[in-house]
Design a protein around this ligand. Structure first.
Ligand SMILES: CCCCC[C@H](S)C(=O)N[C@@H](Cc1ccccc1)C(=O)N[C@@H](C)C(=O)O
Ligand SMILES: [Zn+2]
Length: 311
C-alpha cells in the first residue's frame, strides 16, 4: 500500500549515486517499487531464496542491484511513456531482476519471467546490470514474448535479437552502440548498429554483417541470432539516421518515428516465424499506417531495406 513507498538511494556499479522508489517494511527497506504496474522488484540471486535486496537504511550499496533496479524503472517508463504499454504484457506484469546470477557470468537474459544479470569476469564484461541498454534489451524480450513471440532461431531469432537491440538503443538513447558501458576488453561496445562491421563477432571471429549477402548461415548461436541481428540493426539505424550504404542513399526520419514504426511492426504485423523479408513488409505497412503511404517514413524504410539487401 502507498504508505510503504519510500524514496531510497544507492550507488551503482561505477559509483554513480542514484535515487529511486523502493519500499519500507518492518523497519527495513527493499528494492520493491510498487508505483509501476504490479511492481518492479530486484533481488540478489546469491541469497538463493529470492529475497528482495534489503537494506537497514535507505542507502543501498549493492551496485548491481541499484543499477538493475533503476534501469528496470527507466525501461518500464520508456514503454509506458512512448507507447502507452504497461510492462512486458501490457497488463502491469511485475518486472523482476536477479543480480549476481552465475559465477562471473558474461551474460544477461530474460527467461520468460525475469531478467537475470551476471557479474561479468572483468576481462570481457563488467557487471552487466550496469548497462541501461542491457536492461532494455532483456525487458524487450519480454515484450516480444507477449507480442510477435519471434522464434529464437535463424532469421526470426535474429529479428528477436534485433528488436532487443533496437529498443536497447532507444532507451539508452545517446548512441547506436550496444553494451558500450560494460565492456572490459577495450572495445567500443559489443555491437554497433551504426556500423556493425566496426566490431568482430566472437563466435565467427568475423565482422558483424551489415548486408544480407554477408549473413551467417551456420548453426552456431541458434543460427546466428546475435550475428544476423546486425543486418536488421543497420536497417533500423538507416531508417532513423539515414546515410549511404552499398550505393543506396537513405533519407532518415529520426528516432521518434523509427521507434514508433518498429513498435507497431512488432505488435501488429510480425508473427513467430517472420523472416527478414516479412520484417521489411511489416515496417513499410507500419510506416504507412502511421505517416501515410507516400510519406518520407515509408520511403526511408524501403531505402533502408534495399541498402541492406532485404527485399
Ligand atoms: C541464456 C543465454 C543468454 C541468452 C541471450 C540473451 S537474451 C542476450 O542476448 N544477452 C545479451 C546481453 C547483452 C545485452 C546488451 C549488451 C551486452 C550484453 C547479449 O547480447 N549476449 C551476448 C553476449 C550473447 O549471448 O552472445
Ligand atoms: Zn537477447
Amino acid at each position: 500500500n502507498a504508505t510503504n513507498d519510500v524514496t531510497a538511494f544507492g550507488t551503482g556499479v561505477f559509483g554513480e549515486r542514484k535515487r529511486f522508489e523502493a519500499q519500507a517494511f518492518d523497519g527495513m527497506f527493499r528494492l520493491f517499487d510498487e508505483t509501476r504496474g504490479d511492481g518492479v522488484v530486484t533481488f540478489d540471486n546469491t541469497t538463493g531464496t529470492n529475497l528482495d535486496v534489503v537494506s537497514i537504511n535507505k542507502m543501498f550499496t549493492d551496485g548491481s542491484a541499484v543499477d538493475a533496479h533503476a534501469n528496470a524503472q527507466i525501461t518500464y517508463d520508456y514503454y509506458q511513456d512512448t507507447f502507452g504499454r504497461n510492462s512486458v504484457d501490457d497488463n502491469g506484469q511485475i518486472l523482476i531482476s536477479a543480480v549476481h546470477v552465475g559465477d562471473n557470468w558474461n551474460n544477461a537474459s530474460w527467461n520468460g519471467r525475469q531478467m537475470s544479470y551476471g557479474d561479468g569476469d572483468g576481462i570481457r564484461f563488467h557487471p552487466l546490470a550496469a548497462g541501461l541498454d542491457v536492461a532494455a534489451h532483456e525487458m524487450t524480450h519480454g515484450v516480444i514474448q507477449h507480442t510477435a513471440n519471434l522464434i529464437y532461431r535463424n532469421e526470426s531469432g535474429a529479428l528477436n535479437e534485433s528488436f532487443a537491440d533496437i529498443f536497447g538503443v532507444m532507451v539508452d538513447r545517446d548512441d547506436w552502440l550496444i553494451g558500450e558501458a560494460i565492456m572490459a576488453d577495450g572495445t567500443i561496445g559489443l555491437r554497433s548498429m551504426e556500423d556493425p562491421t566496426d566490431l568482430i563477432e566472437r563466435r565467427t571471429q568475423a565482422p558483424y554483417p551489415d548486408h544480407w549477402s554477408r549473413r551467417y548461415t551456420g548453426t552456431l548461436d541458434n543460427g546466428g541470432v546475435h550475428i544476423n541481428s546486425s543486418i536488421n540493426n543497420k536497417a533500423a539505424y538507416l531508417v532513423s539516421e539515414g546515410g549511404e550504404h552499398f550505393d543506396v542513399t537513405v533519407n532518415g526520419v529520426g528516432r521518434e518515428k523509427t521507434e514508433q514504426i518498429y513498435y507497431r511492426a512488432l505488435t501488429l504485423y510480425l508473427t513467430r516465424s517472420s523472416d527478414f523479408s516479412m520484417m521489411r513488409e511489416a515496417a513499410i505497412q507500419a510506416a504507412g499506417d502511421l505517416y501515410g503511404s507516400n510519406s518520407d517514413a515509408v520511403a526511408a524504410v524501403e531505402q533502408a531495406y534495399d541498402a541492406v539487401g532485404v527485399y
